[in-house]
Design a protein around this ligand. Structure first.
Ligand code: UD1
Length: 340
C-alpha cells in the first residue's frame, strides 16, 4: 500500500519507513526537518537499497499538503509529525497546540479534500496521566498531566468525533509506551536535538562520555527497587505495529491500541542491562523525584494481539544492544555527513 508518513524522517517514522519498505509497501516521507536531520534520507537509502521518496513540507501548510497528496496519491497517512518534549510543552503550550492540534486539523482537512480517509495516528501512554489501575488498558479514562499529553488527548477526541460524523474514515490510534533502541544495522536511531530528556538516550550518552553521569529521579517510589517502572519497547517492534495497523486500517472504524511489551522495567534494571551489553559503567546519583513523573506505567497489549495479531518480540537486552550500537557507531548522531 502507498502510505504517506508525516514526520517520516523522525525517530519512529524512519524505523517504520524501513519496516514498510521491507514488507513491500510504498512509503513516502513528508517532513519539515524541524526536528529531524536530513542525513536520515541517505542513511535510509543505504538501508533499503533504493531511492527514498520524500517531500519537504509542514503539516500546517494546507496547500503544500494537498499538493503532496495529489502528487503521490497515497491510500493512507501515518501521522507521526508533532512536537514531543514534555518540558518544553509546559513552558510553551502555544507551540504545542499550533504544531500538534492545528497541524493535525490542517492535515485532516487536506486528506478529506483529497478523498484520503485512512489514518494511523501516533499517540502516547501520556494520555493516561497517572493511572491508578495497572496494567493500563485502552478504556482507562484519558487525563493527561502535561501540555504535550493534553494535545494528544484533544487530537484523539477530534479523531473519534470525525469518525462518528463521517464513518468513511478508518482511523487507528496507536498509544506508544516508552520507545527505545535503534535499527540493528546501527544506521538509524534516536538523535535528540538539544539535551536528551528520556532515560535510555541519557544512559547511552553517559556510556559514550558525552554526559558525565545520570541523575535518577527518585529512589523512594512504591516499586520493587524504589525507582520508576516503565514499559520500554523496541522501536522496531513499534514499527512492526504500524505495519500491522496498516492492514487493519482497510476497514472503517476508530480504534485506540496500546503498543507496549507487558514487561515492567525499573530505572536500575535498565542501567544494569545497558552496562552488561556495553561493557561501560554508568555512574549515577539518586536525586529527588522529577515533577510530573509517575511511579509506574505499563500495559498488557492484549488488544494489539487481538486486533493486529501483533506482539513485541525484542527484549530489554536487544533494546540496549541496538541503542548502544547506534550510539557508539554514531557518537554525534546524524551530525557528521556520510562520507562512504
Ligand atoms: C516521558 C513523558 C511522556 C512521553 C515519553 C516519551 C513525562 C512525565 N512523560 O515519559 O509523556 O510520552 O517521555 O517521550 O515526562 N529518569 C531518570 N533520570 C533521567 C531521565 C529519566 O531517572 O535523567 C527516569 C524517570 O523518572 C522515569 C524513567 O526514567 O522513571 C523514564 O523516563 P523518560 O524516559 O523520561 O520517560 P517517561 O517519563 O516515562
Amino acid at each position: 500500500m502507498k502510505a504517506l508518513l508525516t514526520g517520516g524522517a523522525g525517530y519512529i517514522g524512519s524505523h517504520t519507513f524501513v519496516a514498510l519498505k521491507e514488507a513491500g509497501h510504498e512509503p513516502v516521507i513528508l517532513d519539515n526537518f524541524a526536528n529531524a536531520n536530513r542525513n536520515v534520507i541517505s542513511r535510509l537509502e543505504k538501508l533499503v537499497q533504493s531511492q527514498v521518496i520524500y517531500e519537504v513540507a509542514d503539516i500546517r501548510d494546507r496547500q503544500a499538503m494537498i499538493a503532496a497528496f495529489k502528487k503521490h496519491q497515497p491510500e493512507a497517512v501515518i501521522h507521526f509529525a508533532g512536537a514531543k518534549a514534555v518540558d518544553e510543552s509546559v513552558k510553551n503550550p502555544a507551540k504545542y497546540f499550533d504544531i500538534n492540534v492545528t497541524g493535525t486539523q490542517t492535515l485532516l482537512d487536506a486528506m478529506d479534500h483529497c478523498d484520503i480517509r485512512k489514518l494511523i495516528f501516533s499517540s502516547t501512554a501520556a494520555v493516561y496521566g497517572n493511572p491508578d489501575i495497572l496494567p493500563v488498558s485502552e478504556d482507562y479514562p484519558l487525563q493527561a498531566t502535561n501540555t504535550y499529553g493534553e494535545t494528544k488527548v484533544i487530537i484523539e477526541e477530534k479523531l473519534r468525533n470525525l469518525h462518528s460524523v463521517d464513518p468513511r474514515w478508518a482511523i487507528t490510534i496507536l498509544r506508544y509506551f516508552n520507545a527505545v533502541g535503534a535499527h540493528p544495522s546501527g544506521k538509524i536511531g534516536e538523535d535528540p536535538t538539544g539535551d536528551p530528556t528520556n532515560l535510555m538516550a541519557i544512559v547511552s550518552q553517559v556510556a559514550i562520555g558525552r554526559i558525565e553521569k545520570l541523575n535518577i529521579y527518585g529512589g523512594d517510589y512504591n516499586t520493587p527497587d524504589g525507582t520508576g517502572v516503565r514499559d520500554y519497547i523496541h522501536v522496531c517492534d513499534l514499527a512492526a505495529g504500524h505495519q500491522a495497523a496498516l492492514a487493519l486500517t482497510n476497514s472503517s472504524g476508530c480504534e485506540a491500541i496500546n503498543l507496549g511489551t507487558g514487561k515492567k522495567v525499573s530505572v536500575l534494571e535498565l542501567i544494569n542491562a545497558f552496562e552488561k551489553v556495553s561493557g561501560r559503567k554508568i555512574p549515577y546519583t539518586i536525586i529527588a523525584r522529577r515533577k510530573g513523573d509517575i511511579a509506574e506505567s505499563w500495559t498488557v497489549p492484549v488488544h494489539a494481539k487481538t486486533l493486529l495479531d501483533w506482539e513485541a518480540k525484542r527484549d530489554l537486552e536487544m533494546m540496549c544492544a541496538d541503542c548502544w550500537r547506534w550510539q557508539s557507531e554514531n557518537p554525534n548522531g546524524y551530525e557528521k555527513l556520510d562520507q562512504d
